[in-house]
Design a protein. Sequence first.
Length: 552
Amino acid sequence: MEKDYSILIGGKAGQGSRRAGSLIAELFHKLGYFVYVYEDYQSLIRGGHNFSQIRISQREIQVRKEKNNFILALDENTISLHQKSLEKGGVLIFNKDRVKNQKGRGVFAEKIVKEEGGLPIMANIALISAFAKMCQIEWEILEKVLKEKLKREIELNLKIAKRAYDIEKPIFKIEKIKKKKKTILLTGNEAVAIGAVKAGLNFYFAYPMTPSTSILNFLAKNEKKFGVKVIQPEDEISVINMALGAAFSGKRTACGTSGGGFALMTEGLSLAGETETPILIFESQRGSPSTGVPTYNCQGDLNFVIGAGHGDVIRFVIAPGDANEALFYSGLGLNLAWQYQTPVILLLDKDISENTFTVEENILNKIKPKKPLLWKGDKEYKRYKITKSGISPLAFPGTKNIVVKSNSYEHTEDGITTEKAKEIERMQQKRKRKFEEMKKAVEKLPAIKVYGKKNSKIALVSFGISKGPTRELAEKKGFKFVQPIILEPFPEKQMENALKGVKKIFTVEMNSLGQLAKILNCHQIKVDGKILKYNGRPFFVSEIEEKLKKFL
């Protein structure tokens, strides 16, 4: 029988449920399981309700389950909100100091912490330890995880953990399994940061905006280790302009934000298009428009990032569907920015950014910096030299005996402002040729992935975090699932091959207007139905199945 479990731990903001969730995830990762952690939290510092839902399985998974095998409740509110999600035969484990008159396994978590001289937040450690004992997980494994992951008061936490562990009795056994590949646990934001670093990132600029903020935090925390200079300017307008300045000087640069911050960056995006300056932009979607729902997810920025900027701004738009892809395509994105001297937008969303995934370590070996087209120093330097490919050789300020110009006005080959019709046309055609080269490149890259039954007459098409539930349904029901990852330039030939023999096409997306369906329609791909969700929460597999039934 396949081993596949779901554990939910919840409490008020400030009780440490999210930290507890990451420790549980690491515990089962040590036992050899694939892990996926869904994070749900309100835009509050204290109070409210937060929870982490940890799914563990023998097979690769990227979607949460509707029913939980275990619920760990740090407060009574967690039980009232989630008790209905407890599977028949599931186990409720609760903080007995906060929760009264409940059936399940009560743990005097706060009492243990108080008697050991700990802080109230350490009740989460007591609850995790009791849970580990109930599942017959060896103390040595739990101890190892706590020592590796806790940064403060390690000995005190271990005392609390051991006492809670010794008090409890086993009720269930979750066995260790053999792992076939070397894996690590990463959030999507950690993955994109590492991917960019592996591709040679020098500078990262950002202003904090959920859900992209943890890229900034992670890179700043590891600034010396990664050798990346991290700068937080006063706003997103400054972010992109400083990033463009760094890139102009020859440094590989990225910046990050969410939809509202990206809106402020659009003039800078156009500047990058006109000046042909390479830049990688992480845009992590939240529930919008405007400030929207800062800590919840929607996929409503797709059409925006493809069309942002005034004038004909060419760019790559890449939308990974999990942390494995976030890692690989972040490195690819930085390389593409420099190869084609153009903006690259890596479109994430809240659940990819902040959820935790099992990531294959060997992806790290596939990422390395690729050299751009550099000036060889043999002739007079022209920054915007007209070439057959549309790509001009790069040189940087400070290079001996040349002047390097960057110009936001339309310009000649050597960067001088022009309003002459012929010169304007020549430069527009140069950038258009470059876009044609980008289109050819996309068709040679892994721009589309196909899962499920390859010869099915029914295809589900989805992107980003909706990949997980769509793929699981397709594999369960025998449908084809097509996942476009590079969306601009659109991989027309790859999509045509992926949809060969398909009679019915349905998009699955987290927005109210069917933005992916619009893109497919623009490329003469008829969509027979749109399966949409837009309440900030990701799809369950059953929701896609039920909505699909109405079409079929």
